[in-house]
Ligand binder design. Structure first.
Ligand SMILES: C[S@@+](CC[C@H](N)C(=O)[O-])C[C@H]1O[C@@H](n2cnc3c(N)ncnc32)[C@H](O)[C@@H]1O
Length: 214
């Protein structure tokens, strides 16, 4: 595995200053968070894929979705997010997100590209709307808990074509690292923004939603 990153650039909401409890819209993709994702897309573009059909799980205000939209090789993006369950102030120090404004920002950001099929639902429900073996790329950036990421990896891999690629964000988060260790083993590359990528053929363990998980 080539690892372009280090342990320090993990996105960590709880480290943010919490000067106010006013709901806010957070910027997710500035600096290395942006260039890292652009490099992941270049990696995909260098593979011999055309008219890429992909799903992004967890779009927030669409900054990453817009970066995907800007690739000429990407034709269709299923943008999946419930826009109702991020933050919420349940944990101390966790700032509230203005999810109405977040969703509106997503809509405005992706509209000009005419490539995004918005699915306002959780990953777990959206998966029933997508055919098995139909996607070239899945990018996982939804709920970051170990159990949710493990389910996302196991269930969404089945949605990929045999030559498809599974990718996601926050490689250095403990839960994500653990889920990848169990389901994938070694990923192929980790980028500056801690996005990771692996070919479907190298995912060790995946299954249908109805089957019993490891
Ligand atoms: C870290 S943000 C995504 C950031 C975005 N991909 C970017 O890079 O700009 C996580 C998003 O996942 C969404 N989310 C949380 N649980 C989810 C679930 N079960 N299924 C789909 N999305 C979920 C949240 O609503 C939130 O918008």
């Amino acid at each position: 595995m080539t690892n372009e990153t280090n342990e320090t650039n993990e996105t960590n909401e709880t480290n943010e200053p919490n000067e106010t409890n006013e709901p806010h819209v957070r910027t997710m993709r500035e600096g290395y968070q942006r260039t890292g994702l652009i490099n992941l897309i270049k990696y995909i573009e260098d593979l011999d894929m055309k008219n890429i059909i992909m799903a992004e799980i967890g779009c927030y205000q669409g900054e990453s979705t817009e970066i995907f939209c800007q690739s000429e090789k990407i034709q269709t993006i299923y943008g999946i997010d419930p826009w109702n369950m991020f933050g919420g102030g349940k944990r101390q120090g966790f700032r509230l997100h203005d999810l109405v404004a977040v969703e509106k920002a997503f809509d405005n950001r992706v509209a000009p590209y005419n490539k995004v099929i918005k699915i306002k639902n959780s990953s777990e429900n959206a998966i029933d709307l997508i055919d098995d073996n139909s996607l070239d790329l899945v990018y996982i950036d939804g709920n970051h808990s170990y159990h949710d990421v493990k389910k996302d990896i196991q269930w969404w891999t089945l949605k990929l074509k045999d030559n498809g690629y599974l990718a996601g964000h926050d490689y250095n988060r403990r839960g994500i690292h653990r889920a990848l260790a169990i389901c994938v083993g070694e990923v192929e590359q980790v980028f500056d923004d801690t996005s990771w990528i692996v070919a479907k053929k190298n995912v060790k363990f995946y299954l249908k939603k109805q089957e019993h998980s490891v």
